[in-house]
Design a protein. Structure first.
Length: 145
């Protein structure tokens, strides 16, 4: 059952994070949207034009899938290390790790450069805020399950 909770909490937190990213992007508070980054990257890998509704459909699917995987990974770590998954002393470093992985692995792989520099000078701060949103939503979802 704990694996299902990790999947569900990760997906729910990812949906909230994705919505926050999209709202920030549409209000022009953010320079990018996680959904567009994910969808565009996937479509370019498939040799397709990264425009239109397919970018959003694929981006949402990828974002929710990766968020679920991060939820599973955390649930497995908590289970193996035998600690309460809602323990902030464990959750904060995990979310910090995800943020750093985004800045130094995911964004560069998606063509946005280290720290997302192609997006803008403060992409790292946007990502920090979005990962805080993910962390809070994940913590809440774990307690709700």
């Amino acid at each position: 059952m704990w694996i299902v909770e990790g999947i569900a909490a990760g997906a729910l937190a990812g949906a909230i994070m994705g919505a926050a990213s999209e709202i920030g992007y549409r209000l022009r508070a953010f320079k990018s949207s996680l959904v567009i980054i994910d969808g565009s990257f996937a479509l370019r890998q498939l040799g397709r034009d990264p425009r239109g509704a397919s970018t959003y459909v694929l981006g949402i699917a990828i974002h929710l899938a990766t968020s679920s995987v991060f939820g599973i990974a955390y649930a497995v770590i908590a289970r193996l290390a035998d600690f309460d998954p809602r323990m902030t002393a464990a959750l904060v470093p995990y979310i910090a790790f995800l943020w750093l992985a985004m800045l130094f692995t995911a964004l560069p792989a998606a063509g946005q450069g280290i720290l997302g520099r192609r997006i803008g000078r403060f992409a790292w701060a946007e990502q920090l805020l979005l990962h805080v949103v993910y962390g809070i939503a994940f913590w809440w979802a774990l307690g709700w399950m």
